[in-house]
Design a protein around this ligand. Structure first.
Ligand code: ADP
Ligand code: MG
Length: 468
């Protein structure tokens, strides 16, 4: 795993290479895994996600012209420039809709979003069910808030920011997702899972430290994405709503005893509802086990074995009752269990994405081999393995302007003699107005480039936004 300093330096380098100046700052937002509670969110139920150590950085710099310029290392050649005042849902397509949607949703919430250049980088696989989209949104949101033309009177509470990011994804990008992903990215804590009640939106931090029980969490990106997914997702939502209607409850969250489901005549609706009711119960059981593991004097190994069993039970429920699993996920779960995993399940909405496995610390290698071998036998694309460590939420990173020798050929331009009258020294956007005589290019970057740039910047008084 890369250190924060390395991530910050890499993000700043990307910004420099594209925009010809150092960024005002670098913000990091994590992706997430979900320990338990799948399809429970839109049934007003419980979910138990945690923030990952993998995430997305946004290196950002203020520009005075109310334009948003976005580039991403993962989308080469797809840079986008937008006028902030023209942003409207449906108008931006592709990857840039996520950060543009954040600018739109923040403006709609009353924030005076400034023009900015933003360079995105990530070590999260996109589309693998690890919430790269929420990480992109949350990193952008923190960056834009810190660059605000007028500082907000008080920092925006993280739950409110999660709701703004969800609005960006729902209304601007057009993806009908719940609030779990943004909540995990903005509220996660290292060594904790986040219990989120999707009815009240209350959250609680639950101690979650598999390493203390000599266990670890492994993610298997199955690299599968099936065309079915959108339609099937909508159908499952409709089936759950219909089951709740027939049972006379506002949502399936209100059902706590599976025997109540005998009143549903349709066996398909009964199975769908059974998954939701059982998964809500499994979330609460896992929370109880985690709390007992952290409170007990011992390692909590017994609790983690029980959590493993619940993970596998959830997989069977998603496969057989909710019918959203896919062949690669089933094979990965079976192979992991046969090779010694404590438990494993598909994660996310289904029909593609990742599997989460809880494994004894020393069995990680053999489980990876077993899963990879199974994929090879089926001639499927090789899976990708990631460690899932409950980590901290989105934050600003200390700005690393690179170390000598790390800039490998990156052009470095800056003003040698900034005019006193300028409120800000060259930053993205202001630099293009600099006269050719006051800016110069250093084709082979030397450490002094950074030093002098830093000196220039330290004389400027940003006076905008607040450090978040
Ligand atoms: P997930 O959130 O599970 O990774 P989604 O389909 O919700 O999958 O979001 C993936 C999309 O988010 C990508 O197709 C892309 O449009 C956007 N995205 C995510 N990360 C990046 C990134 N680093 N750079 C550019 N776009 C990104
Ligand atoms: Mg997503």
């Amino acid at each position: 795993m890369r250190s924060e300093a390395a991530r910050s330096a890499q993000a700043a380098e990307l910004f420099l290479a594209r925009f010809g100046a150092a960024p005002d700052g670098v913000w990091l937002a994590p992706g997430r895994a979900n320990l338990m509670g799948e399809h429970t969110d839109y049934n007003d139920g419980f979910v138990l996600p945690f923030a990952l150590s993998q995430g997305t950085t946004a290196a950002a710099g203020y520009r005075p012209d109310r334009r948003l310029v976005l580039c991403s290392r993962q989308e080469p050649g797809r840079e986008v420039e937008l006028a902030l005042d023209d942003l409207a849902p449906g108008q931006v397509t592709g990857w840039a809709a996520y950060p543009a949607g954040i600018a739109w949703a923040l403006s709609a919430a009353g924030y005076q979003v400034p023009g900015a250049c933003i360079a995105i980088d990530s070590d999260l696989p996109a589309g693998a069910g690890l919430s790269s989209s929420a990480a992109l949104e949350c990193a952008t949101a923190l960056a834009l808030l810190a660059l605000l033309a007028l500082p907000a009177p008080s920092p925006i509470p993280r739950p409110a920011l999660a709701a703004i990011a969800q609005r960006a994804e729902n209304e601007f990008v057009g993806v009908p997702s719940g609030i779990m992903d943004q909540s995990a990215s903005l509220l996660g804590q290292a060594g904790h899972a986040l219990l989120l009640d999707c009815r009240s939106l209350e959250t609680a931090q639950v101690p979650f430290d598999p390493a203390a029980a000599d266990a670890r969490l492994m993610l298997v990106n199955t690299r599968a994405k099936h065309e079915l997914s959108d339609g099937e997702y909508g159908q499952r939502r409709a089936e759950c709503e219909q089951a709740a209607r027939l049972l006379g409850v506002p949502s399936l969250r209100s059902v706590t005893d599976v025997r109540e489901l005998d009143r549903l005549a349709d066996p398909v609706l009964r199975r769908r509802a059974r998954h939701i009711v059982a998964d809500n119960q499994r979330v609460l059981e896992v929370v109880g086990l985690l709390r007992s593991a952290s409170g007990a004097g011992g390692s909590g190994a017994g609790a983690y074995r029980d959590i493993g069993r619940l993970l596998t039970a959830a997989h069977l429920s998603l496969r057989d009752d909710f019918e959203v699993s896919w062949a690669e996920a089933d094979a990965a779960v079976d192979a992991a269990l046969a090779a010694g995993a404590l438990g494993a399940r598909m994660m996310g909405g289904g029909f593609g994405g990742s599997v989460l496995a809880l494994v004894p610390r020393r069995a990680g290698g053999q489980i990876r081999e077993a899963v990879a071998e199974t994929f090879g036998r089926h001639a499927w694309t090789a899976p990708e393995f990631l460690d899932a460590v409950p980590s901290a939420s989105a934050r600003r990173l200390a700005l690393q302007l690179g170390s000598p020798g790390s800039q490998g050929g990156t052009p470095c331009r800056y003003e040698t003699k900034p005019r006193r009258s300028r409120a800000r020294l060259p930053s993205c956007g202001t630099r293009s107005t600099a006269s050719p005589r006051s800016a110069w290019t250093c084709p082979r970057p030397k450490p002094r480039c950074w030093r002098r740039w830093t000196v220039c910047r330290s004389r400027s008084a940003p006076g905008r936004g607040s450090a978040r």
